[in-house]
Structures are given as structure tokens and as C-alpha cells.
Design a protein around this ligand. Structure first.
Ligand code: IPD
Length: 254
């Protein structure tokens, strides 16, 4: 597979984010969860171009859901749609290739900062050509991203209780609101940890490989490996603070 071609297509797909009309054509998936015409256009563009490259690979995408097959492309056309709609320039196109039970290749592109994160299994993680490494910070020096489930407010209390407890021990809290970027930012030592009580596979599939190839760790709250077939809890970290995060979070989950 020519991964350079996949990267070029992801960058090309970002042209739809530059089109204000598409961004302003918004549908509510539910009261607090949105999809724009740009999400749909990127989804359709990537699918049709990827099929031309190899039509035996399936698709598991935010806009169509479906189910995980092996092999398949796991795609979030825009991770951080609410940010995009509000002009808070923090979102990404996230594409992972799931093959033989693992993510083998991934690309996460922020069209506003023009940062391109990518990774091939076993070959390291990169921001363009710069090799990425997680931080070596302990919890007292750590910046922690809190993920608050966007589709429902039913986890609000527990999410903020966990965050408040961690906040007392860490340097500070951040809220980027694109899980794919959160994972890349830990890979690039800008953040040290991230958790979310329920996240969808397309939000974290691509970023998970970039993170682990940079030396980081990603698991469910119970420490199990992430399964990309369904919604999951997630803890991601620079490895060093993973045990702390897991212990701290699970105090509230009992
Ligand atoms: C959202 C982002 C956000 C996370 C939400 C996701 P979307 O994805 O990844 O960081 O906290 O749970 O739903 O809906 O913008 O693609």
C-alpha cells in the first residue's frame, strides 16, 4: 500500500473544511452532537478515493457507523466538529488502517495548524518528518486532557469528579476536544495524559498507533486493550503516569 498517497488524500480532503458553506450546513445528530456537510463530503471523498486504491478494504466511519471488519479503514472525517462549527480552530481528519486485528497505519491532520501526524506500525510516529516521543513527566508536572462525552450529559458528574481529583495532583487540566489530537499531543509531549469515560473507535483508532509508536500507552479504564469494534472507556498517557491515572479514575468507577 502506498501510504504517501493516503496522506496526500487526507490533506486534499481538508479542502472541504475551507468551505464556509459546508461548515454552516449543520444537522443535529442529537441536541448536543452535530454533523456538518463538510463531515459528509470528507467521508464520501475519502471512501471513493480509497476504494480506487484497494476496493477489498472495508470502512468503519463516524458518519455511517457500520461495523468493524478486517481489513478496514476507521475514519473520523472531522474529529472536533463542535470546535469547527464554533470557529475554535482545533479539529482533525483521522484515518486508521485496521488489519490483522491491529491498527497498522494512521494519519491525523489538523487543517488549521497544518500539522500532519502519522505512523506505520513498528516504524515510529512522526509530525511531518519529526520523530515523536512522549514526555517523561510525573503526575505533578503533567498536563491532563479531560474528555467529556459529547453525546450525552449523563457522565457529567463522574467525569468532573474524576477531573477534580486529578487536578489536585497534576500541573493543570486541558480540553482540546478532538480525541485524535489529544493522542497525538501526548505523543508529542504537549500533553501527558487523557481519559474519557466513553469514546467511539473512530475518535481514537488512528491516534492510538501514533501514541504507542511514540512510547505512550492506551488502555480501557480496567487496563484492558482497546477494542476498536465498539464504544470504550479510554486512558492514554506517557506510560509513566498510566498507573496513577488508572488508580485515580477507578476510585470513582466502583
Ligand atoms: C468528539 C471529540 C471529543 C470527545 C468526544 C467526541 P466528534 O468527537 O473526539 O474530543 O471528547 O467524546 O465525540 O464528535 O467531534 O467527532
Amino acid at each position: 500500500m502506498n501510504f504517501k498517497k493516503i496522506i496526500d488524500l487526507v490533506i486534499e480532503a481538508s479542502k472541504f473544511i475551507a468551505d464556509e458553506n459546508l461548515i454552516n450546513t449543520i444537522k443535529n445528530k442529537c441536541e448536543i452532537d452535530f454533523v456538518t456537510e463538510a463531515d459528509i463530503k470528507i467521508n464520501d471523498f475519502l471512501k471513493s478515493e480509497f476504494k480506487k486504491i484497494d476496493n477489498t478494504i472495508g470502512f468503519f466511519t463516524e458518519e455511517e457507523c457500520g461495523q468493524l471488519t478486517d481489513p478496514c479503514w476507521i475514519i473520523d472525517p472531522i474529529d472536533g466538529t463542535t470546535n469547527l462549527i464554533y470557529g475554535y480552530k482545533m479539529c482533525s481528519i483521522s484515518v486508521g488502517l485496521f488489519f490483522n486485528g491491529e491498527i497498522q497505519f494512521s494519519v491525523v491532520y489538523n487543517p488549521f495548524s497544518k500539522e500532519l501526524f502519522s505512523s506505520e506500525k513498528g516504524k515510529g510516529a512522526f509530525l511531518w518528518n519529526k520523530r515523536l516521543h512522549v514526555s517523561s513527566r510525573n503526575i505533578n508536572k503533567s498536563l491532563i486532557e479531560i474528555g467529556i462525552v459529547s453525546k450525552t450529559k449523563k457522565y457529567a458528574d463522574i467525569s468532573f469528579d474524576i477531573a477534580k481529583n486529578i487536578y489536585k495532583d497534576c500541573l493543570d487540566i486541558r480540553r482540546v476536544c478532538s480525541a485524535a489530537l489529544d493522542l497525538c499531543y501526548i505523543a508529542d509531549s504537549r500533553l501527558d495524559g487523557y481519559f474519557e469515560i466513553q469514546i467511539e473507535p473512530w475518535d481514537i483508532a488512528a491516534g492510538s498507533l501514533i501514541l504507542t509508536e511514540a512510547g505512550g500507552k492506551i488502555t480501557c479504564f480496567d487496563g484492558d486493550e482497546i477494542q476498536f469494534s465498539q464504544s470504550t472507556s479510554v486512558i492514554a498517557s506517557n506510560n509513566i503516569i498510566h498507573g496513577y491515572l488508572q488508580k485515580s479514575i477507578n476510585t470513582f468507577m466502583l
